[in-house]
Ligand binder design. Structure first.
Ligand SMILES: O=C(O)CCC(=O)C(=O)O
Length: 229
C-alpha cells in the first residue's frame, strides 16, 4: 500500500480525537463531506491493511506463547474485537520542557500499531528506567504491547510505557491504531500459562470493566493492571 501525503492543515481538525468520536459530534458534521473526500479512501485502506497486520501479529504472539494461533483472536470476542484510530496532532510548543504532547502511559488494549511522522521525532519509550527516543524511520511501523496482552500472557509480554514530547519549532502527527477486545470479552491469563508454580497474576475481568477503570485515573499513574491482581 502506498500512502499519498496529506496536507497537514487538513488533518489538524482531527486534533487527537478518535475518528469515531469526530464523526459523532454535531459540530464536526459540517466537516464531514470535505473530510470524507479527502480521507475516506486512504483511511479505509489503511485501516483494513493495518487490521490484517495486527491480527497476524496477534496470531504470531499467540504461537510464541505456546497457544493456538487463534487463541488471542478468539478471546477478543465478536468479530475479533474492535479497532480504534487516533490521529494525534502536536502543534509546535515554544517551551517544550514545560509540557508533554501525551503523558506517560501504557495502552489499555491488546496492541497498538503506530505510524509516526517521518521527520519529526517525539515518541519516547521507557526502558530500564530511562526514556529512549524512537527516531523517525520512513518505512517502519511501531508496535506497542498493551495491557491486555500482559494480562492474557500472565505477564510474559509486558505493556510498554511510552509518551510523546513536543517540539519548539515543528508540528508533528502520529496515527495510532488500537486493537481492542469487544466490551464483553472476558480477559484472564491463558490457562495453559498458569500452574501451581506460576499462578494467574491477574483476576479475570471484562474489557468494559478494564476500560472504564483505565480512564478513571490519571494516565501516568501506576499500571492499571496492578488494580486487577
Ligand atoms: O504520538 C506518538 O508518537 C504516540 C501516540 C500514542 O502513544 C497514542 O496515541 O496512544
Amino acid at each position: 500500500m502506498r500512502l499519498e501525503p496529506i496536507e497537514l492543515q487538513h488533518i489538524k481538525i482531527l486534533n487527537n480525537l478518535p475518528l469515531c468520536n469526530l464523526m459523532a459530534t454535531q459540530q464536526n458534521l459540517n466537516f464531514l463531506p470535505y473530510l470524507q473526500l479527502l480521507l475516506k479512501d486512504v483511511v479505509s485502506t489503511y485501516c483494513k491493511e493495518v487490521r490484517e497486520l495486527g491480527l497476524k501479529l496477534l496470531g504470531v504472539i499467540s504461537e510464541s506463547l505456546g497457544l493456538e494461533r487463534e487463541y488471542i483472536e478468539n478471546v477478543l470476542g465478536d468479530e475479533q474485537g474492535g479497532q480504534h484510530m487516533a490521529i494525534n496532532y502536536y502543534p509546535p510548543c515554544p517551551e517544550p520542557d514545560l509540557t508533554y504532547g501525551l503523558p506517560a502511559h501504557t495502552d489499555p488494549n491488546t496492541l497498538t500499531i503506530l505510524l509516526l511522522d517521518h521527520q519529526v521525532p517525539g515518541l519516547q519509550v521507557l526502558k530500564d528506567g530511562k526514556w529512549i527516543a524512537v527516531d523517525p524511520h520512513p518505512n517502519a511501523l511501531i508496535v506497542n504491547i498493551g495491557d491486555q496482552l500482559q494480562a492474557l500472557s500472565n505477564g510474559k509480554y509486558k505493556s510498554l510505557w511510552h509518551r510523546a514530547i513536543v517540539n519548539s519549532n515543528e508540528e508533528r502527527i502520529s496515527v495510532a491504531s488500537f486493537f481492542c477486545p469487544a466490551n464483553d470479552a472476558v480477559i484472564a491469563p491463558a490457562k495453559k500459562l498458569t500452574s501451581e508454580e506460576t499462578p494467574a497474576i491477574y483476576r479475570s475481568f471484562t474489557y468494559d470493566e478494564y476500560y472504564k477503570r483505565f480512564w478513571s485515573r490519571n494516565l501516568d499513574e501506576e499500571k492499571c493492571l496492578e488494580l486487577f491482581k
